[in-house]
Design a protein around this ligand. Sequence first.
Ligand code: SF4
Length: 369
Amino acid sequence: MKPVGLYIHFPFCAAKCPYCDFYSIVSDEAAKSLYSDAVVKAFIGMKNKYKLSFDTIYFGGGTPSAAGTENIRKIAECVMSENGCQDVSEFTVECNPSFVEPGFFEVLAKCGVNRVSIGLQSAIDGERAALGRSGSASDVLCAVAEAQKAGITNISLDLMLGIPGQTLKSLEESVNFCGFSGATHISAYLLKIEKGTPFFEMRDKLLLPDEDECAEIYLSACEMLEEKGFHQYEISNFARQGAEGRHNLKYWNCDEYLGIGPSAHSFLNGSRFYFERCVSAFTDGAAPVPDGAGGDFSEYAMLRLRLSDGLRAKDVIDRFGFAVPKEIEKAAKRLCGLGLVESDSCKTRLTRRGFIVSNMVISELLADL
Ligand code: SF4
């Protein structure tokens, strides 16, 4: 059995945040229990069908911690026992600090969880409230301390950039908080106003920074996080030495993974497929939807260019048996002149300024393939 990544989606939240377009719903205890049984069934079926084992596991959402400790335990124990002797190097569970039941982290640790990802968003409680997030920064510190006490010391915090009312000064406070919180990893995402969310309807009334201010906030966050000892390894991800997210690195390295749950995507044996965004269809046993072939050179390059390490010449030869196409080298030369890309015979990578407009830069690099 070849080890791949495993992602399990928990589509439940206590309330819907006004900016969020992830698939999640507010639900009752009975539905959560039914869901966890369906996850176990789907997981065992897919694992056996594709003859898989797992070396990284990620429980995301939604809010896994809002799914109930017992449901998480049931799924985690099944996954670990079905995984046989395969070592799991990283097992992450996402947590909302406002919805953590007593003893939650002890149960996780006993199930083999060795990393948690906690939603901070901002250390300024007013900014959290503007995002519709409950709880406070001190709840986050309590959750970190409880996780550490249970023996889970690999801790990631989510930080949000470009949120209503955020200034460079308030960003600095949030980054300082990250520095002393005990976190080993920070994911820092620019707020995107997605169609279909309440924030989209309210967008003209929100005190949102403009494009230039967002760019300044992003660049400042990168520098401030680096000063606190978190080096940047991906557009939005920063880690203390050795604490880079191994599961998420599989996505950016175009490695294989199985995703279970509504909206979860998989990439196995050169094919992509996903479960539709509907809890009841999933619990009724709906099959995943085919999503075409995956893993060709363009897709690999697009994903690798998100990493600070960029597209490496040796990796391309090892994986595809050919050199980085000349078209990319030509485009890279043009973009180097604009300060958006750095390139030499070993690798092509985006600069931080390039990361700000990554979609445009990556499409330019790959346009002539
Ligand atoms: S807690 Fe997370 S997943 Fe749930 S609604 Fe808020 S942002 Fe979305």
